[in-house]
Structures are given as C-alpha cells and as structure tokens.
Ligand binder design. Structure first.
Ligand code: SF4
Length: 387
C-alpha cells in the first residue's frame, strides 16, 4: 500500500507501519495523561482512559483527500482494495508491540506518573481512526472480535464512503461517521472525494448508521468561513443517521492542512459553542451535554441518555465487553453509566491557554483517577486524584 518513500516519511512522523496496510501512532493525549497534563475529550465525555488508549488504522489508504486532514497528499488514496490482506492476529499483535515500544521512554521519565505509565501497559481502548479509512480493511470484523476478546473497547471513525462496510460491521463500542459539510456541493469542496457517487454513499451510510443498536456518533469538523453554515441542512443529515451522540469539533490548523487552509479557518472554542447552540435549535431530540476547551469540541447526546434526570454518556466498559462476548443482542443503553461532569464550561480559548501557561509555570501536575471523578483537573483541584 505504501511506497518505500511514503513509509519512510510516515516513520519520521512517528508512525509505526504494521504489515502491508496498518499503522500505529501514539496519541498526544496518551502522552499528556501519562505526563499528568490531563486526558482527552473522550475521557470527559465517555470515560476513555487516554493513557490506556492505542491509536491506529488498518488502512492507511483513503477514498477522500479532505482539505482539513492532517495527512500529506503523499498518503495513498483509492476506492478499491488492491493490496494483500494481513491476518487480524498479525495486525493486533504487531500494533500492541509497536504501541508499547513507542511509550517505553516514559518508564524512566521523572515527569511521568509511575502509576499512569504502569496502567498504560494494559491497553483498554483502541481508536481505529489515526489516518486513512480503517473500515476499508476486508477482515475488520475478525479484528474487532479479537480486540473484544482481549478486553479492548473499540471506537471506529469512518468518512461514510463505504456504506456496506457500516451495514455489515459487527457491534463495536462506538461508531463514528464524519459529516464534513451540509450540502453535496460543499462536501465535494471540503472532502475532494474519489467516488463519483460520494453524496449517495454518505446518505446510504447514514441510513445504515440509524439501524445500528450500539453507540453511534456523528462528528462535524467546523472549518470557519467554509462549512459553518446551513445548520438546518446539517440537522437533516444528522436526523437521517439518528446517532446517539453528536460532536461539533473545531478544525485544527495542524500538519499539512496548513498548506490548504489558514489559521483563520480554525474556530475558537467559544465559536464552536455558538455554532452548537444554533444547531441545537434544529435538533429537538438532542441536548448539549458537555464541552472540552483544549480540543474545542462540544458534545450533544440524545435525550434518552438522560435517565431520571441524570446524564449517562459514560461507557460501562466491563458491561460492554460482557455483552459483546455474549453473542446476544444489546443496545447503547445497556452499557452506559453516569457522566461525572456535565454542562458547558463557559470558558473561552484564550482563558484556557492562560490557565495552561500558569499550570506549566507552577509545574502543576494533573493525574487522573476514574474513581474520583477526575474532571476537577480543569478546576485546578489536582491533589484529589491518583493516590
Ligand atoms: S480516544 Fe482518541 S484522542 Fe483520546 S487518547 Fe485515544 S486516540 Fe487519543
């Protein structure tokens, strides 16, 4: 799938290529959490322990060339699978090995929390996102079953260009579909899709997403001045997919996307909040539940996750694993649990950046403990956790 030059380029960027078409790369938030700098937004929203998360892909190739993507245009693109297919066991074993090797430097690092690093030795979550189109891998279901058999939860992100793969996907912990623009014309400009019938594929994918029984999420990437409009059209697409969750997330001015977009296209957190509050007016079945200032993201949940007045957007991972291995049917509500911290923070990007600077100046470490509802770390209560 990769030319030797492309492989060398990716290795320089700290990707580790597994076999012929998979890759692993340590997520910045995994490192942050081990260094005591807090966890990712999926920790706050869903309970993912960022230090125990492995970020990977099973297909470096993609059928889109999204303008906002952090990949360079040297990355392979294709509509059909035309390479050898690696064994799921080989991919799983190779990815875990490469992931742990990438983190080994934290073992003796005094800045790292010994406990957070020790916990990272046990991967509990896999994020099949990283780059390319993981769902494209022909044996994705076998690999998913093997992750669950090893007690590893599965998040998978797809850009909705392979609807049948979504239809046939085995139950996973949380399935993401990216909706990158509100209309056919704008989607072409934003995603530069290879498939001629890209719009029909998106709509068919949303239809199949609506039929899924486990947790689903629609992800919007907001590019200021480009796709932050026609909210009623976004709402139509979202309602078609009927996801359990919606994430409205700012485009981040990083990597090769800087050659295609400008810093002005990156919304501030408060602009993502304003966009979300407007969008919420078109989505009566949903409510805004939470936000994460560093990632400039707002999360909506379907009202069915507010049970007896309590939001339950966190994942009961042991329950999910039990259900996934039972072979019996189950739904998203069967493995949800209480969300420790809800509500919008009311914080602006500038305020947050000032706080981070202050924390670094004071060398304040933040450690996370899932038992003590660690979300306090954004409130500066750092001593509460990690005994
Ligand atoms: S869930 Fe995503 S953002 Fe969070 S640690 Fe894993 S890869 Fe990183």
């Amino acid at each position: 799938m990769l030319t030797p030059e492309a492989k060398a380029e990716l290795e320089k960027q700290q990707y580790r290529i597994i076999g012929r078409h998979s890759a692993v790369k340590t997520c910045g938030w995994t490192k942050n959490m081990i260094k005591g700098e807090g966890g990712c937004y999926k920790l706050k929203f869903y309970g993912i322990m960022s230090n125990q998360c492995m970020q990977m892909t099973t297909s470096i190739s993609c059928a889109n060339r999204c303008t906002f993507c952090w990949r360079g245009y040297k990355a392979p693109v294709a509509t059909d699978w035309k390479w050898g297919v690696d064994e799921p066991e080989t991919i799983l074993a190779g990815s875990l090995e490469a992931h742990h090797k990438l983190l080994i430097g934290f073992k003796g690092n005094e800045k790292a929390s010994k406990r957070a690093y020790a916990l990272s030795r046990t991967v509990k979550h896999v994020a099949l996102s990283l780059t390319g189109e993981p769902i494209f891998y022909p044996r994705i279901n076998e690999l998913i079953d093997q992750f669950h058999a090893q007690g590893i939860s599965t998040f998978l992100v797809t850009n909705a260009q392979y609807p049948e793969q979504i239809r046939d996907l085995h139950p996973i912990t949380q399935l993401y579909v990216s909706v990158d623009a509100p209309t056919k014309e704008l989607l072409k400009d934003v995603d530069l899709p290879l498939f001629k019938d890209y719009w029909e594929r998106l709509n068919q994918s949303l239809d199949y997403l609506a039929q899924k029984k486990q947790r689903t999420c629609v992800r919007l990437t907001i590019i200021k001045g480009i796709n932050d409009l026609l909210l009623e059209k976004y709402a139509e697409l979202i309602e078609r997919g009927s996801p359990d969750f919606i994430e409205a997330k700012a485009y981040m001015f990083v990597g090769p996307s800087q050659q295609r977009l400008s810093m002005d296209n990156m919304p501030l957190h408060e602009e993502v909040v304003a966009f979300s509050q407007e969008l919420a007016k078109h989505l009566p079945d949903y409510e805004i539940v939470s936000d994460h200032v560093p990632s400039r993201v707002v999360m909506f949940a379907k009202k069915k996750f507010k049970i007896d007045g309590v939001w339950k957007t966190w994942i009961d991972f042991p329950k999910f694993q039990e259900l996934a291995l039972s072979g019996k049917g189950f739904t998203a509500l069967d493995y949800c649990t209480r969300t420790p911290q809800v509500g919008l923070s009311g914080k602006k990007t500038a305020e947050h950046q000032k706080e981070v600077k202050e924390r670094f100046r004071k060398r304040t470490h933040i450690f996370v403990d899932e038992k003590t509802e660690e979300m306090a770390f954004y409130g500066g209560n750092t001593k509460a956790s990690m005994v």
